[in-house]
Design a protein around this ligand. Structure first.
Ligand code: ATP
Ligand code: ZN
Length: 226
């Protein structure tokens, strides 16, 4: 990506829980697109803006590395990638522009319902399955609890039943998935909603002007939705 380019590049989730709302929000801000399902890159029809459609996990790093100008991503993924990058000494700074009013969820510890769980201390010496090892270990450290992790990118909720872990740390919205797997939510360790983030290095004048135009529109859209 050419940083002197006059086109503003925005990374959004290609397909998943944030995709529809991300597009809807940008369109409500007056940025129009014709999306082709298979394409990674989409040019706006009416503004010098390009959309890069990727997995949500890739969005924070693309913004932190300055590969794209803006990104829309969940705080959970943003903080997980930030902690991982701090630990591995990669660039980990972003400018947070706005909290967006979608993508609400929480990252919680859950245990089998037959467990006599009294608190996070009970997980000392146990193994916890999660997709968010850095957020989990950060929380455990603050609580002074030593526990190991089983890192799974999917099917986290089945881990206790098949003997891979004693507990899980997973995203919860309604709790139905936990219930179906005989688990009970215990401690909420992180709450999240979508965020609009910007790369840390200053934007060139053309791009900054576009962001300056976009933000008041976004505030107007969010206010109107309240
Ligand atoms: P990808 O293929 O892009 O990696 P994914 O499977 O990791 O997708 P999704 O399940 O689409 O991710 O969730 C994307 C983000 O949406 C989550 O990281 C979180 O910020 C948010 N999210 C999670 N659960 C919900 C929910 N029930 N309602 C709204 N937003 C949610
Ligand atoms: Zn993901």
């Amino acid at each position: 990506v050419d940083t002197n380019s006059k086109r503003l590049t925005i990374a959004i989730q290609k397909s998943g829980r944030l995709s529809k709302e991300s597009i809807k929000l940008l369109e409500a801000c007056g940025v129009k697109f014709t999306l082709h399902e298979s394409r990674l890159l989409a040019h706006s029809n009416n503004q010098p803006i390009d959309l890069l459609r990727v997995r949500d996990d890739d969005i924070p790093g693309l913004v932190m590395d300055g590969v794209v100008d803006l990104g829309l991503v969940g705080e959970n993924v943003l903080e997980e990638v930030r902690l991982e990058r701090v630990a591995t000494e990669l660039p980990a700074e972003v400018t947070r522009l706005r909290s967006l009013e979608f993508g609400q969820c929480r990252l919680s510890l859950a245990v089998p319902k037959e467990d006599a769980y009294q608190g996070v201390q009970d997980l000392a010496g146990k193994r916890i399955a999660t997709t968010y090892p850095y957020l989990l270990q950060d929380y455990l450290k603050k609580q002074g609890v030593n526990a190991s992790t089983a890192i799974l990118t999917g099917s986290v909720e089945v881990a206790p039943r098949v003997g891979l872990a004693d507990a899980i740390c997973d995203l919860v919205s309604t709790g139905a998935t936990l219930e179906a797997n005989g688990l009970v939510e215990k401690d909420v360790i992180f709450t999240s909603q979508a965020q609009l983030i910007q790369r840390p290095e200053p934007l060139n004048a053309d791009k900054q002007a576009m962001v300056d135009q976009l933000l008041p529109r976004l505030d107007g859209v969010q206010k109107a939705r309240e």
